[in-house]
Design a protein around this ligand. Sequence first.
Ligand code: ADP
Ligand code: ZN
Ligand code: ZN
Length: 827
Amino acid sequence: MPHPIPTEERNPRFVEVALPVPLQKLFTYHIPLGLADVMRPGARVLVPFGNQTLTGYIADFRSEPDPNSDLAEVDIKDIVELQDEDPLVTQEILQLTKWAAEYYSASWGEMIKASLPAGINSASERIISITEAGRDELSKRGSSRAAKWDFLELVANNGELSEREIERVLGNTSKYRISKLARSGLVSVQNRTVATKVKAKRRKVVRLLRTASGSDVSKPLTVQQQSVIAALETAGGEMIFTELLEYAGVGASPVTTLAKQGFLEVTVQEVRRDPLAGAQRVVHGDIKLTSEQKRSLDEIEAAMFTGKYAAFLLHGVTGSGKTEVYIRAMKSALERGKTALMLVPEIALTPVFSRRLQAIFGDDVAILHSNLSPGERFDEWRRIRSGVARVVIGTRSAVFAPLENLGLVVVDEEHDGSYRQNETPFYHARDVAVVRANRAGAVVVLGSATPALETFDNAHTGKYKYLQLQNRIGGRPLAKAELIDMREVFRRAGKDVVLSPALIAAIEETHARGEQTMILINRRGFSSFVLCRSCGESLRCKNCDITMTYHRADTRLVCHYCNYTVKSPKECPFCDSEFLYFIGHGTEQVEDLLCKRFPNLRIARIDRDTMARKGEMTKTLNAFDKGEIDMLVGTQMIAKGHDFHNVTLVGVVSVDTLLGLPDLRSAERTFQLLTQVAGRAGRGALPGRVLIQTYYPEHYALRHAVGQDFEGFYKEEMRYRERLGYPPYFVIASIMFVHGDLKYASKSAAIFRDSLNRANKDGKLRILGPAQASVSRIKNKHRQQVIVKSTNRRSLREMIDQALSEAETRGCDRRIVNVEIDPVNLM
Ligand code: ADP
Ligand code: ZN
Ligand code: ZN
């Protein structure tokens, strides 16, 4: 359905285009003659931008150029190409991304791009060719070996080359050379659009129109033609072209002849790349809801019947059957002719879960997650866009899935950190989901065993309706958790120990009963840093302000921020002493210790290092599920979602490093992690036990996690947040200035701070910094940070935007600024 263009712009001559560049503005282009009638908001256009050609999105039309623009009308460039007549971006998503861009102080064009499957846009590349002047110049080369000549010769010999092709031969210094040679007229540079990276997959299909018997052709059919027709008849009248040739044992020509004679028809059909093709569909028996589940579902359904926006927090302990409630509510939305969207954390979208959803929803469901190939992702996305798929399950960016007529949005594990996009454009999918539901008049359900503090607060104030599932399915008790005071263990042993006697004893008992154990350490690698006992220096990454982690498997030090790797030194690089001391223990070391201590146990490790190979994770988890492994050691990757019925012991070797992070949410995250991991124990018929080793047993996050006391934790954490001026009491923005030159970053930060002071005349903002960020350097770039707090979200954003544009006029480099509203952490 084409959307009517607003009446006052009946004859638009210009379009405003949102471009995926980090600038918060739209760009004006001229509409070539005849195109105005077919252009719609949300359609993609190719436009010139600097010396590139970019794909942008039509945001608006105007009949006159922007009077405030300093661009003269004659300088406004034409659109190169209209890419879709039927807009790719729906009106709803166009408006939603606009809202998100404003809310997070991000670029609208970047937000739209983030909402689309990767690879859908065409890109442009620079094509270099040599000019007459260039050829003349080249004839003067003589015996010079300067790089310039190699460059000219390469281009001259090939006629024309893309920038990438040149780089492949001459290395990436050629970029600089291209501009220089173009300026002196020796080469010319043109932009060429390259085809889109992903396309719909098509194949030829042959359909039988009439059979030979009922025909009146004068010429009898050949043997080959007969076998083609016979094959089609056996197959029910239709076959894929290639399969037909194979089956009938013929070449293409009899098929072509038969088509010409009207026996059959050859058409091109789109086929779907199904991410779960060939997978077995699992069917679950019908489950009778518990009374708690039923009560929650009834409330959600009643809200859906009204057809208006409503928000729920479904707070249910692990294993209380939240997923069953989501699925029933989604079914109910479909029955009502509406569509449904469910967001899940990165790690929870396992093949098992996807298959379960397919068994329930069949071809109605589309699945979007980061492990799909670009082609699969594209196909799934188009099934949603065309209205074929009416249920979408996906990770973060699926919040922008182009479902129309939305009835229900579910955000499972709503507190999970993976909902936050950690690069530009920053956004929080859970918060966007709530706004999307609100604008669409849909119901949103946020579910968690450990809701985010902000979410729980919204339930307290009545902004969200509160639904609770207090009991585990089958009345299974929650695992009993205990703290092990490592100070005491240290005193007894007279030295640092990694595994306390209590934990060791518990592992032995568990194994003796034929049950399984999970051990959590929140660091990968062998030891978290290397210290010289002679001079006191620690070994740091040369690119980042971070200690390097020792990985013993390949005797290397690795920076977990930038992946910089060096061979582990035998001697201190500062003083040549050999007293290097490996401090802190990661998964590798703990696995090593456990293997030595328990040679009879089959032990496997799960972390980013061991799971680098595709499919490895599933393999290990399956083996654990089948009981082929006795103990699983790993990072938080093992903490979430898994349902192993024979695990009765969970040991947390150390959670103190997480607790000690200089971050406003470290207590909350520790509490959540411990609750999650504790939920892994005792999921079957056997009771579970959780042992947590710590040097800070008094910490309220640990105390309340042990007591499974969410309310108690919430109260104490809210006091702390209020005292320090943190969310939900204050809205926070982090403005990061990132540059290789510290002085340059500091200067921009100082100018911004100055502008912000001026914008903050009434003193409503609390401003901290500029100061170096807790991680002061990453990948060789210094990080200067200004933190701003306010009780008023709107004025916070407005003042930051105002200060940024003022600061820009006074020499603050806008390109090195990262604005993050509601940052998840402040590091
Ligand atoms: P949560 O999402 O709250 O952690 P799940 O939805 O995964 O809990 O449920 C835990 C287990 O209980 C699953 O194996 C699920 O199939 C089962 N289950 C859920 N609801 C019921 C029910 N009403 N009766 C029986 N089993 C149920
Ligand atoms: Zn030293
Ligand atoms: Zn580094």
